[in-house]
Design a protein. Structure first.
Ligand code: NAP
Ligand code: ZN
Length: 365
């Protein structure tokens, strides 16, 4: 049995864990707080961080220009801010978008990397220390070494990956999730389900990642009825945040697969939320993989108390509701893009271009 596992982020999950762990923030004199437009101001996370920094005698500046699906340019702008402010550590607050942007900012603030080199994966080995505070329960970015950036030149997303992009701390307080809309709660939950299911369909899957993935899939599937019909309470949100971190830990080892690679076009061209994009494709890709790895899929389904892939597809449809409309020509172009993507090649069984198109058609038409 072969195994390699490396996830160096310290995870603390607790009520008020930001305010209770000021030692986590004692890594520098001045923080650049990287966040989105408004949610961190409204859900209390920014105020909690500011209070802790004050108790540590650290100063801060706020970079709140991170958009959903952050661009490479946004990362460079944030790095410029970090350098101007002479920040020596980064605090990321938000969903995957601010957390991902923060990683690229932490990297670019201390490395002179040209855009083309960054996007080609020449990332360097150092970054400013980072503390990540997730306020959505989906991406698990707080425990991954990936920064996923919108790459307009390639009309898709490019994932930057380096060990130095693992945050030093991930501080998980479910109270920040209360303000999430139902739509974002559902879409992000499906993203984290996708991470764990894809982890088990990855060419890099391993026994330890599988153990973690099974736990996450069990937790999220236990909430399928509430994700479809509403009624999530604080306890459920805590479970989703925990499962999201587990899913991030899984993909930190296994990476994602064709599902994410294919989903990027749905986000780029149709503005479909990241998690929803994956959810729309996950059922059909699971069925595709079943032909080559039936025992793997049986394992995944059994975590959800299911025996048929059809049942999984039906549950996903009931949670995601009516699909957006697509033309065959659009899907044809998406298939070209996804067939070139690294994530596709990372699948346990890598689909050919025509198979990718077929999965798109079955999923979306
Ligand atoms: P997001 O783009 O970070 O946030 C979506 C929306 O939710 C934003 O409008 C945000 O508002 C709002 N929001 C965040 N927290 C909130 C809260 N507690 N209450 C109310 N509103 C809140 O969405 P996401 O799905 O978490 O992240 C998606 C990104 O993560 C994509 O770019 C995807 O590619 C990436 N991703 C990365 C990894 C990885 O391993 N690095 C894995 C999966 C996905 P504000 O803008 O005002 O904050
Ligand atoms: Zn994802």
């Amino acid at each position: 049995m072969g195994l390699g596992f490396y996830m160096p982020t310290r995870v603390i999950m607790d009520e008020e864990c930001v305010k209770r762990n000021k030692a986590a923030f004692a890594v520098g004199r001045k923080a650049l707080i990287v966040t989105g437009k408004s949610s961190a101001k409204e859900n209390g996370a920014l105020a909690d961080v500011v209070e802790v920094l004050g108790r540590n005698g650290a100063s801060y500046a706020v970079f709140d220009k991170v958009m959903t699906n952050p661009t490479v340019e946004c990362a460079y702008e944030g790095a410029e801010a970090a350098m101007e402010e002479e920040a020596d550590f980064i605090v990321a607050i938000g969903g995957g978008s601010p957390m991902d942007a923060a990683k690229a900012i932490a990297l670019l603030a201390v490395n002179d990397i040209e855009k083309k080199d960054l996007l080609a994966g020449r990332t360097g080995t150092t970054a400013l220390p980072m503390i990540h505070i997730p306020t959505t329960a989906g991406t698990g970015s707080e425990v991954t070494p990936y920064s996923v950036l919108t790459n307009h030149e390639k009309q898709t997303k490019t994932s930057i990956s380096a060990p130095c992009l693992f945050p030093s701390y991930a501080l998980l307080d479910p109270k920040y999730l209360r303000s999430l809309s139902e739509k974002t709660t559902v879409n992000t939950a499906i993203d984290s389900l996708s991470h764990s299911v894809e982890g088990m369909m990855s060419a890099r899957s391993n026994v330890m990642a599988d153990v973690i993935a099974r736990e996450a899939i069990r937790i999220i599937s236990g909430l399928f009825p509430k994700l479809a019909h509403g009624g999530l309470d604080d306890g459920d949100r805590a479970k989703l945040l925990y499962a999201s971190m587990l899913g991030g830990t899984v993909i930190s080892q296994t990476k994602t697969t064709a599902v994410h690679a294919m989903g990027y076009s749905l986000t780029y061209f149709k503005n479909i939320d990241h998690g929803r994009a994956n959810g729309l494709l996950l059922g059909e890709f699971t069925e595709y993989t079943e032909k080559f790895a039936p025992d793997r899929i049986k394992d995944i389904l059994s975590c959800m108390g299911m025996s048929e892939t059809e049942e999984f597809k039906n549950v996903l449809s009931s949670i995601l509701g009516e699909k957006e409309s697509f033309a065959v020509e659009e899907l044809d172009m998406y298939a070209d893009i996804a067939s070139q993507a690294g994530g596709t090649k990372n699948s346990f069984h890598c689909p050919e271009r025509d198979e990718i198109l077929e999965i798109y058609k079955k999923s979306l038409l």
